[in-house]
Each structure stands twice: as C-alpha cells, then as structure tokens.
Design a binder for this molecule. Structure first.
Ligand code: ADP
Ligand code: MG
Length: 480
C-alpha cells in the first residue's frame, strides 16, 4: 500500500569503558551517590586544563578501524559552544574537523541477507552531566560529566526500522566483543538519535528529514521509525508533504507517537573551533597497527566461521555469537580438540540451560572447557553412557569437583559379553510367562526385558549390546 521508500540515518552514542574520564583524572564509573566522581576539570572551574586519556583514544581508534574508516594523521579536538545547565564549561569538547574515523562501512546480518552499512564518521567527545527534574527543582549530577563518549554517525542508508534496529544491536555486540564498552542499554550507555525521511520510489533527491532525539531503547527506535514513516507517508499521500518539516521531535512512549520539539530553523550555531587547550598528537602507522592487532574476530566473522568451517547450524551459531563469553567458551572447547557440534550441543543445551536456570554468567560457571572435556572424552571412549555423562555434569557443578572424580571404574559401562549374558539369561529364566506373551505378539515386552537388565546393572549395561544379546537369547526360547 505504501508507495514510498523510507530513508533512515542513525547517530549512536556509546559510553566507553575506562579508568578515568576522557579529559580528567576523575573516575569513570557509575555511582548511586551523585557528584562523587568529579574533578575541577569536569566542573569547568577557571584555570584548569584538560588532558587526553590515551586509553579512550585507543578504544576510539579501535572502533574506527573496526568500522573500516579512514583515520586522521593528527588527533585533535574541537569546541562545540552552547549553554545548558548540564554543561558547566559552556562548551563540549568533541571532534568536528578531524574525527577519529570517516567514510567507513560494516556488514550486518539481516538473516536473509547481509547489509553493508555506510559510516559517515565516528568521533570521540565528552558526555554532559545529567539532570533530574522535580516539581519544584532540578538537580545536576556531574558524575557523568566528562565520561568518554563515542558518537557514530551513519549515512542515510537504512530502508526500514528493522535494518536500523539490527545495526544498533549488532554494534552493541561489537562494542562488547572489542571490550571498549559494557554497552549496557539499560544503564544509558548506548543512546541514539534517529533521522527519518521518505521519498517516492523513483525520486533522486532525499526527502525532508525529521530527527527524533534520544530514543532510549531499541524497541522504541523501531516504533518511532515506523510511526514517523506512517505520519510522513500519510501527509505525502494527502498532498500535504509541505507539512513535513525539518525538525527535531521526540518519541512519546505512552502514545507510541513522535512529538515536535523544535524546528531546525531554530538550530543553534555552535561556533566550532579547534580546542586550544589540547595539543595535536600525531597518529603513527605503527600505533594504528598495534591497535589493529588487538581487534578480535567480530561476531559476524565468527558466525561465518562456525557455519562455513565448523559445520554448525545457523541457529546454533546465532545463539553462540549472541554473547562474547559464549563464543569464547565455545572456541576454547574447539582449541582443546572437542568436536564443534558436540561442543555446541553441550554449550547450548546443558550449559546455557543451567546458566539460565541459575541466572549466573558463564564466567562464574565452574565447569571450564578443560573440565567439560573430561566428560566428553569419557563418553566418546565408551566409559560412560550419555545418561551418566549428564549426571556427572550435574554432580560436578553442584559439588565443584572435577568430573574425573566421578568417572571411576564402578561408573563404567558394562560392555562385557559374558557378564551381560549372565544377567540376561537369569532374567529370562524368571520371566517365562512374559516370553510366551512376547511370542504371542506383545512385542513391546522387549523394552521390558531391556529395562530389567538395566535395573539389574544399575543402568550401567551398554544398551546396544544388551539389545543384541537379548534378541539372540529370546530366539533360543522360540526354538524350544
Ligand atoms: P544535520 O546537519 O541535521 O546534523 P547531517 O547531514 O549531519 O544532518 O546528518 C545527521 C544524520 O541524519 C545522519 O545520521 C544522516 O545519515 C541522517 N540523514 C541526513 N539526511 C537524511 C535524510 N534525508 N533522511 C534520513 N536521514 C538523513
Ligand atoms: Mg549532525
């Protein structure tokens, strides 16, 4: 029904993980107590000077490399001037002239297809303080002032809400994989602005763009985009497209709609200029190379490897890459020589089942890959049955003792022919009536006999051997 195409561009903010803030020595940490992680620099007191946190620069450059951007030859910052109570200096230190990265691209997985997202730029800046509004007052908390923030600006390259959300989810995962941020959306460590326009299917020029500021969850991003596409399409269809204004809106969660905040005409002139209190730093090729070497395999690259090289199903690969620690656990198993499908199966069914039930993380999980291997090897060598393997798995975790302690000889499967024959003939001798019924057609009694053998051997008999022997012995009764 909709004859228009949607065009979407994103501005994604991510708080970096670091010991100190980006331009001061104050701690970069969340604290329930307001105004404790604050230095005179964060407060913009007169006479103080910023210093650049190298750890933050390194992380910013790493993301620039991950996004296949071009890096500048020199690192420097700009002042973005505006006044707001959460910005005590009256300006934000950011990067406008020479961002840490420009003109990048990254592939994301859309399930049915792989999309290449174009990156306009990625830049390092400082976060503002946070405000809390009450009926009679507003309070300022400077803990967040000066927290390192990476802003990633995409080209207007998304054509649906789903593509935009998949990108945000994927980048959140990439930030975690690269260990540059905890990227916890619930803590506001990821925030984004969404830009939406529509255009006719054959139009050459982009339509009027509406910016929706500070959408606080991916679910809301999805809803806000779809609402905006619908609103703009309806106006265009009714020949009222001139009512779509270049403006800033906000998403109203309650009504699921966007509401006008201000027009672009009222846009502030930020009077950008190069931050004079921070010198320029040369970024050498060697330095970039040393950062590049630390970039881990990205989730999509891992998925391609798991499915293409290791033969996992797409579904299993997706479950494993969803969490960096699952992926690392899985790869440790592979490195120990465990078969990929066997490792994936244990991880997904037993381990994740247990972690979910107990609500603990895999990092706190007792059974490390080398311990899991003890169970898997014994199973493969036929020393234990798969039922026993699961029991040993459970015992080992609950008692925090190595599995090999439970893989003793009296746990071992009975695969000895004579031993099993003895048990089987005994059972058959005592079940003459059942044997008669078996030959009269009650074939499911076979399972009953197997059950008796298992009971007698406390579950240790090798089940496939039991079945073979039982068949042979039963035949003897038929002949009688
Ligand atoms: P502004 O000058 O308003 O900040 P920019 O050109 O810097 O606009 O773009 C900001 C964001 O808006 C980028 O993410 C970009 O991809 C997106 N954008 C630009 N033009 C459009 C458009 N016509 N439709 C949708 N998004 C757009
Ligand atoms: Mg802009």
């Amino acid at each position: 029904m909709n004859e228009y195409k949607a065009v979407i561009g994103l501005e994604m903010h991510c708080e970096l993980k670091s010991n100190a803030k980006v331009f001061s020595g104050a701690k970069n940490a969340y604290d329930v107590v307001p105004n404790v992680n604050v230095s005179p620099v964060d407060l913009g007191l007169p006479g103080v000077l910023p210093t650049v946190n190298k750890e933050c620069v390194k992380k910013a450059l790493m993301m620039s490399l991950v996004l296949n951007c071009t890096q500048p030859e020199e690192l420097y910052f700009d002042r973005k001037n505006y006044y707001y109570p959460d910005l005590p200096k009256g300006y934000q230190i950011t990067q406008m002239h020479a961002p840490v990265g420009i003109n990048g691209k990254i592939k994301i997985d859309m399930g049915d297809y792989v999309k290449e997202v174009l990156i306009h730029d990625i830049h390092l800046e400082e976060d503002s303080a946070s405000l809390e509004h009450y009926s009679d007052a507003s309070l300022i908390n400077y803990n967040r002032a000066g927290v390192p923030l990476l802003e990633l600006v995409t080209e207007p390259c998304f054509s649906s809400a789903m593509e935009a959300v998949k990108f945000l989810e994927y980048m959140t995962l990439v930030y975690k994989y690269c260990d540059v941020s905890d990227a916890d959306t619930k803590k506001g460590q990821i925030r984004c602005d969404v830009n939406v326009s529509i255009m006719g299917k054959d139009d050459k020029v982009l339509g009027t763009k509406v910016e929706i500021k500070n959408v606080n969850s991916f679910a809301n991003v999805y809803e806000a985009i779809n609402y905006e596409i619908k609103r703009q399409s309806e106006l265009k269809m009714a020949n009222r497209y001139d009512e779509v204004l270049q403006e800033t809106r906000r998403f109203d969660e309650e009504s699921g709609t966007t509401k006008r905040m201000r027009s672009k005409v009222d846009a502030i002139d930020y009077k950008y200029f190069v931050e004079p209190n921070i010198p320029k730093y040369k970024i050498s090729k060697e330095y970039l190379q040393s950062i590049k070497e630390k970039i881990p395999l990205l989730p999509l690259e891992r998925k391609e490897k798991y499915v293409g090289e290791l033969g996992l199903s797409v579904k299993d690969a997706n479950i494993i890459i969803k969490n960096k620690d699952y992926a690392n656990y899985f790869e440790e198993c592979i490195n120990l020589g465990i078969d990929a499908k066997v490792a994936a199966n244990w991880l997904i069914v037993q381990i994740l089942g247990f972690l979910n039930k107990m609500d603990i993380s895999i990092q706190d999980f007792y059974l490390k890959p080398e311990l899991l291997k003890q169970i898997i090897s014994s199973l493969e060598e036929g020393k234990i049955s798969s039922k026993q393997a699961k029991e040993i798995f459970n015992k080992s975790i609950s008692e925090e003792k190595e599995p090999k302690n439970y893989i003793t000889n009296d746990n071992e499967q009975i695969s000895d022919r004579d031993k099993l024959l003895g048990v089987i003939t005994n059972i058959l001798e005592n079940n003459k009536e059942q044997i008669k019924n078996y030959f009269l057609g009650k074939t499911n009694l076979f399972d009953y006999f197997v059950g008796q053998v298992m009971k007698e051997t406390k579950g240790k008999a090798n089940p496939s051997l039991v079945k073979v022997l039982l068949n042979e012995e039963l035949l003897k009764y038929k002949e009688k």
